[in-house]
Design a protein around this ligand. Structure first.
Ligand code: HXC
Length: 257
């Protein structure tokens, strides 16, 4: 049997996915993307899912991009199909109804950066390197980078990165808002454990609603988005979570969601 390209570690509904192609710095080829999509298909069906963390195997790289060796000989039609496969897979990761967090443990380039951009937020090890170096290869980002990067860091910084192809370190990624936190690589594991505890302790439907409000609201004008928030807020009062959460506060105990 062939080795798994996506390792899965499930801790009470918080699922850690590890892209495992360390010899190629976890570069995304069509086999990795197909396996990731199959994993996401399973995750989408799970009512008990509470969070997803995604990282790369080894200590050197999150994902060093789309696989250049595989892309090299592609025709325009094949390139379009490859980009389509990646866009579809990344979108499915982005639209999982639970928080999706990138643990960026090293190189985060090209398609790797685009994968991280589809996550709700990212934390990085202090040795992480980010960039959209596609122009150095004679192409442009094709896994969503020209669209998600300006939405996250603003158009001027996105244009700087996609037209120069320059690489930035973790501190600059933090300063421009590409990642939320930077820490020594040895602390990423503890962060993941802490996040797992936090997400497991919160009301699962409330967490899903909060993500939905942010994501869906971003595509709407402010008044419509605020109406969406109100609708989702009111929905919380129809289930048991709100009553348990507020009763626990009044009774000075931990909620049991
Ligand atoms: C295929 C890759 C790869 C990639 C690294 N490798 N990145 N293979 N695709 N994106 C392979 C190398 O060929 C090498 O294999 C092994 O991983 C180790 O890499 P080295 O280069 O020897 O390591 P190092 O000298 O430390 O340099 C690390 C690096 C460099 C700076 C990350 O590998 C690099 O520049 N990689 C390419 C980064 C990049 O341009 N990414 C964007 C790709 S385009 P061997 O067999 O020699 O040991 C993209 C477009 C998306 O993502 C849209 C498409 C539609």
């Amino acid at each position: 049997m062939s080795e798994k390209l996506i390792e899965i570690d499930d801790r009470d509904g918080i699922v850690r996915l590890t892209i495992t192609r360390p010899k190629a710095l976890n570069a995304l080829n069509s086999a990795v993307l197909a396996e990731l999509e199959a994993v996401l298909t399973d995750l989408e069906k799970r009512d008990d899912l509470r969070g997803v963390l995604i990282t790369g195997a080894g200590e050197k790289s999150f994902v060093a991009g789309a696989d250049i060796t595989e892309m090299r000989e592609k025709t325009p039609e094949e390139a379009r199909a490859f980009a389509g496969q990646a866009l579809r897979t990344i979108k499915r990761l982005e639209t999982l109804p639970v928080p999706v967090v990138a643990l960026v443990n090293g190189f985060c380039l090209g398609g790797g950066c685009e994968l991280a951009l589809a996550c709700d937020w990212a934390v990085a090890s202090d040795n992480a390197v980010f960039g959209q170096p596609e122009v150095l290869l004679g192409v442009i980002p094709g896994f969503g980078g020209t669209q998600r990067l300006p939405r996250r860091v603003g158009p001027a910084m996105a244009l700087d990165l996609v037209t120069t192809g320059r690489k930035i370190d973790a501190q600059e990624a933090l300063r421009i808002g590409l990642v939320n936190r930077v820490m020594p690589q040895a602390e990423l594991e503890a962060y993941a454990d802490e996040l797992t505890k936090q997400l497991s302790g919160n009301g699962p439907l409330a967490v899903r609603g909060a993500k939905q409000a942010v994501h869906d609201g971003m595509d709407q004008d402010l008044d419509s988005a605020l109406a969406l928030e109100t609708a989702l807020f009111a929905c919380c009062f129809a289930g048991e979570e709100q009553s348990e959460g507020m009763s626990a506060f009044v009774e000075k105990r931990k909620p049991n969601f």
